[in-house]
Design a protein around this ligand. Structure first.
Ligand code: ASP
Length: 345
């Protein structure tokens, strides 16, 4: 791979997902194929005049099968090729794209180049596919520079005419082309006739800082979604999970939960035994504000940590990342409350 001077170079990392899928003639279900399928269907790729290279994961995966080892794989691929390329486009299934984009945002410290995740709702081989536009524009964004500086040096998701910060984004439609949104942070770019970047909302890292890649995750975490009538045996089964270190409680509204004594006592006991509880709202938009209501004040006094306006996807990947990186509970709690990559306001 020799790069000509001044030539823009983009690395496309194909991990799997609908964008590269075809119908299996045997049973009609969607199965992944290799990356060549994508270039066959998007001859326009050549017109960019960029140095476009690709790496296909082996095997490619439906994103429901993605796990932290794949995040490490993605981050290491970027790390190995960081100097050589101007930007990276990660092709990924939509189902867990927001988790992977969040995880990579925490892994790639001091990132100064674009890492743009995209995929599609319809396979790229179909006439009405959304994959072609998503891929072409993701490449254009990954390549965008001014005076040698990347316009969007962040881990982002580009989908259906909108570029959003990866760790602020959530998949909300299994059907529409407009499948993602970022409820608590404005889009970083909007695409119509022109590509309009919202420069004041894009994060630019300090200059000349070396890329650091954090590769440890601790998966001893759980999410407990609250609902009216939640059963004590169920709550205690989750809390007593062997090895559990971090529990995310998905609470009501601005971080509220039942005030039932057994529930609060269970949470207190888990915290007293060294566990961490992170309060994330099950509302699509808005923020946890513990203490606003009586039903959240008790969580605050019990030592539950506020997730503020974090998405569920960013909360679980952030907790795994912090538990993997820091030995002390005090540090994990401190960094849970601190924006690491713009994931909380
Ligand atoms: N199940 C697929 C995946 O997430 C759906 C998609 O690509 O959109 O890998």
């Amino acid at each position: 791979m020799i790069k000509r001077k001044n030539e823009t170079s983009i690395l496309i990392i194909y991990t799997g997902g609908t964008i590269g899928m075809v119908h299996d003639p045997k049973n009609g279900s969607l199965v992944p194929i290799d990356f060549k399928h994508i270039t066959n269907h998007v001859p326009e790729l050549d017109k960019f005049g960029f140095d476009l290279q690709s790496i296909t994961f082996n095997p490619v995966k439906d994103s429901s099968n993605i796990d932290p080892s794949m995040w490490i794989n993605m981050a290491e691929t970027i790390e190995k090729n960081y100097i050589r390329f101007d930007g990276f486009v990660v092709l990924h299934g939509t189902d867990t794209m927001a988790y992977s984009a969040s995880a990579l945002s925490f892994m790639l410290e001091n990132l100064a180049k674009p890492v743009i995740f995209t995929g599609s709702q319809l396979p790229i081989g179909l006439l009405r596919t959304d994959g072609r536009e998503n891929l072409l524009t993701a490449i254009e964004i990954a390549a965008a520079k001014e005076k040698g500086t990347a316009l969007v040096p962040e881990v982002c998701i580009y989908f259906d005419n909108e570029l959003t910060r990866g760790n602020r984004t959530t998949k909300y439609s299994a059907e529409h082309f407009d499948a993602f949104n970022s409820p608590n942070y404005p889009p970083l770019a909007e695409v119509g006739l022109h590509l309009k970047y919202n420069f004041s909302d894009i994060h630019y890292p300090p200059k000349n800082k070396k890329l650091i890649v954090n590769k440890s995750f601790d998966t001893n975490v759980a999410i407990l979604k609250l609902f009216p009538g939640i059963n004590r045996n169920f709550v205690e089964a989750v809390i007593n999970t062997k090895g559990l270190k971090g529990l995310i409680i998905e609470t009501f509204g601005s971080g509220n939960a039942p005030t039932t004594k057994w529930f609060i006592d269970d949470l207190k006991e888990f915290i007293a035994e060294g566990g961490i509880i992170y309060n994330v709202t099950q509302c699509h938009g808005g923020s946890v504000e513990m203490g606003l209501y009586e039903t959240s004040r008790q969580l605050l006094t019990a030592g539950v940590v506020s997730g503020k306006d974090i998405t569920s996807e960013a909360s679980v990947t952030k907790l795994m990342h912090l538990l993997g990186k820091h030995k002390s509970k005090k540090n994990v709690i401190k960094f849970l409350s601190t924006p690491l990559a713009g994931e909380i306001s």
